[in-house]
Design a protein around this ligand. Structure first.
Ligand SMILES: NC(=O)N[C@@H](CC(=O)O)C(=O)O
Ligand SMILES: [Zn+2]
Ligand SMILES: [Zn+2]
Length: 432
């Protein structure tokens, strides 16, 4: 395998620029500029003082294959991930057929390997067909070639407490994590938007914060009693932050993610009537956004996950109530984190590495991702130009779907290059 010499990179955005020699899929050497023992044949990647970080890990992606290849495929989603700086993604189980058995998870895993742009880890469904009635065969999926590490009915809440309890108990024996889409369905019947003044003025049925918070509180208690690990998907309210903070103080083994869109956007977007802003859980109030940012900075929220959710134009460009919830996220995540966390001084680049790479890799138990930038470590890397800006155009993103809420926005930070096990997967906005 050919060597790559990254010259003049700043590790975690700090200190003097250094040279990083990548060989055989690993970091072979880190030395002062010009001081590595790089062979003449090594390919040069001029970093020009840009920021080098461990490759990002997304615990929450919808790749839509099998079933909705008209909106995204494992190939196009992998390309979006590589362009966004990701080296591993977790593909949610709400496909058609549902990833509730070894055949489907192995297909997703194999297809991800064939494409080879990012490690695609299938998430297994908790219940058969996401129907919330019977547990799926978690053990068979965990022991399959796909080696499933995370289970979720995402898109649906495992709302039956007995089923959730069983899933948590079972997960401890398999050493896997159950990720919950926290939404008490009895409280969100017909819900269209964040319950509040804006939704009622527009006549939309409200999605109350309590529908999320009650499930998170319940699941923290269930996980604690089962001695199990729980992961909470797409946290959206300040009340959930309070519940998580309490549960963590008690020593509950719970982790939680926040999406870029919940860190930036509020239900003010409802005024546009544009369903590109419709997402589950819904965009919330300013005070929620501020609480989520603070919680991500201080570790009550562990990581950022995109909830990348491609949708076809016919499922999105309709009246609000008929539109599907969800928005693209893989190629814009870093820029939104820079805009909402780094620029206001809530996180430095070290912190960005923590919330976008290290913590998600730990939560999922990936041994070769989110590793330190040090000699001998796997070369899963992303090089970021912190000073560059770009303008988002949905039609230019690698996804088949184009449903980005950031259309036309000018955003900070550009991914210059992504390396997966020492091989370039993206370079200057192009797939390699
Ligand atoms: N987030 C969404 O609004 N939609 C997701 C499902 C989910 O994450 O709950 C989808 O699959 O489209
Ligand atoms: Zn969800
Ligand atoms: Zn999701």
């Amino acid at each position: 395998m050919s060597e790559i010499l990254i010259t003049g990179a700043r590790l975690y955005g700090t200190g003097d620029p250094v040279d990083v020699l990548v060989a055989d899929g690993h970091i072979a050497e880190i030395a002062a500029v010009g001081a590595t023992a790089a062979p003449k044949s090594a390919r040069l990647l001029r970093a020009q003082g840009r920021v080098l970080l461990p490759g990002f890990v997304d615990l929450h992606t919808h790749l839509r294959e099998p079933g909705r290849e008209d909106t995204e495929t494992i190939e196009t989603g992998s390309a979006a991930a590589a362009l966004g700086g990701y080296t591993a993604v977790f593909a949610m189980a709400n496909t058609d057929p549902v990833a509730d058995n070894a055949v489907v998870v192995e297909h997703v895993w194999r297809r991800g390997r064939e494409v080879g742009l990012v490690d695609v880890h299938p998430v297994g469904a908790v219940t058969v067909g996401l129907a919330g009635e019977r547990l799926a065969e978690l053990g068979t999926m965990a022991k399959s070639a796909a080696g499933v590490r995370m289970f979720s009915d995402d898109g649906h809440c495992v709302s039956d407490p007995l089923l959730m309890r069983r899933a948590l108990e079972y997960s401890t024996a398999l050493d896997v994590v159950v990720a919950q889409h926290a939404e008490e369905p009895r409280l969100t019947v017909g819900a269209q938007a964040h319950e509040g003044e804006r939704a009622s003025r527009l006549g939309y049925a409200g999605w109350p914060s309590s529908a999320e918070e009650t499930i998170v509180a319940r699941d923290c208690l269930l996980a604690r009693h089962a001695g199990a690990r729980l992961h909470v998907c797409h946290v959206s309210t300040s009340g959930t932050v309070d519940v998580l903070s309490w549960a963590k103080e008690l020593g509950t083994d719970v982790s939680a993610e926040v999406t870029p869109h919940h860190l930036l956007l509020t239900d003010e977007r409802l005024a546009t009537y544009d369903p590109v802003n419709k997402v589950n859980p819904p965009l919330r109030a300013e005070r929620d956004v501020l609480a989520l940012r603070r919680a991500l900075a201080d570790g009550v929220l562990d990581c950022v996950a995109t909830d990348h959710a491609p949708h076809a134009p016919q499922d999105k460009d309709s009246e609000w109530a008929a539109a599907r919830p969800g928005m693209l996220g893989l190629q814009t995540a870093l820029s939104i984190v820079v805009e909402t966390m780094l620029r206001p001084g809530l996180l430095d680049w070290r912190g960005v590495a923590r919330v976008m790479s290290e913590r998600p890799a730990e939560i999922a138990g990936l041994p070769d991702q989110g590793r330190p930038l040090a000699q001998g470590e796997p070369a899963n890397l992303v090089l970021v130009d912190p000073d560059a800006e770009w303008t988002v155009r949905g039609g230019e993103l690698a996804s088949i779907a184009a449903n980005t809420p950031y259309e036309g926005m000018r955003l900070p930070a550009v991914v210059s290059a992504t390396l997966l096990r020492g091989r370039l997967t993206s370079l200057e906005g192009k797939i390699v």
